[in-house]
Design a protein around this ligand. Sequence first.
Ligand code: SF4
Length: 445
Amino acid sequence: MEKRFYLESLGCARNQVDSNAMSGLLKAAGWRPTPDPAAAGVIVVNTCGFIEPAAEESIDAILELARMKRDGECRRLIVAGCLPERYREAIGEALPEVDVFLGTGALQEVAAAAEGRLDAACRLPDPAGCRFPAPLGGWVRPMDHLAYLKIAEGCVRRCTYCIIPKLKGTQRSRPVETLASEAESLVRGGVKEIVLVAQDTTHYGRDLTDPADLSALLRALSARLSPEVWIRLLYGHPESIDEEMIRTIAAAPNILSYYDIPIQHAGDDVLRRMGRRYTGEDLRRLFDRIREIDPAAVLRTTAIVGFPGETAADFDGLLDFVEEIRFDHLGVFTYSDAEDLPSHGLPDPVSSKTAERRYEELMACQREISLEKNEERIDGVYPVLVEERIEPGLFTGRGPFQAPEVDGVVDIQERDPGNPPIRVGEFVRVRITEALEYDLMGEAE
Ligand code: SF4
């Protein structure tokens, strides 16, 4: 019987990179991917376990696919990634349908698992020792023109609300030369935008035997890739972004002035309890400095509301901070408690009702700011990467100020059909004609 596998990838772009590499390993072992889980002899679910809702989504997907062992060809169900890494042997008891569990340190054993060559049903080695996905290539290409490139795995920090260091181990950066040649081959293959991801991109390289830093990596990528390509950086950290990085980004034509720097809060007491070693004043200075050195800077951040001990005054302070800094993009999350988090048990928990109210209030504040910032773009002309053809003469795409999946889009009206033709995966210059809270509308020039 032909060896066919189905892979379900859950979670963030960094997880998708791991799924892409596992798929590469299975193909190298003679397995063929199928989009139909019912036709697969082996099903792999690469899970997310970052917060409880994500863990529940993973369990739902596993139970759904486990039905294929009864209704389909499936002979082996493999569950990989953060869920088994977080819940360890307990998940085995809860999910008897699963044949093999691979923790984040055992993803490279997926082919052996598929062929029943593992001597244990639960493989949970320490992820800190794992160099996966090297040498398989640490990238994923969700669209022909777009690729995520993982520059490091793991994290050196200990934010009290975060389970990642426990799931992924300490930071392991990938060498500059490996990343530059991977990026070059992606661009040769038609990629127009490369998004650099890690848990903390701005801490890149300090763990390498031949230490490097993010500025060195960015300079290498900028020099090796065409000026037309977009290089975007996500998941920075306020503690490790420095002036040299800002100057490198500002100076390079193909590195987008897009600064994704999660602050999580702006109240000093809350930040201290979160294990974030900076103050609201430090953040203010950082964003002022970025805008001074790089006036074209687009700022994205995230904030957590409802963290234990967050007072009404702390929240008002965060609201004032967001109104003062006026981020282009802001993602808001309510604190998600769990017993295995360092923050579990901190005094003065905030009720979910209060957290929800604060979430709504902060989002409402940002909606206004986002609309005003979008209105400032009316009559401006921007390069837009076309991503989809909606109907004849109407397309959507993203400007350099919009990251994939998390920010708004630009709706593009073709002014003169076919002249020049607008193509998905290509850049087109667009004059912005209308602004909405998150999206923009414009005409192709
Ligand atoms: S820096 Fe990010 S990944 Fe690392 S511990 Fe903090 S929140 Fe988690």
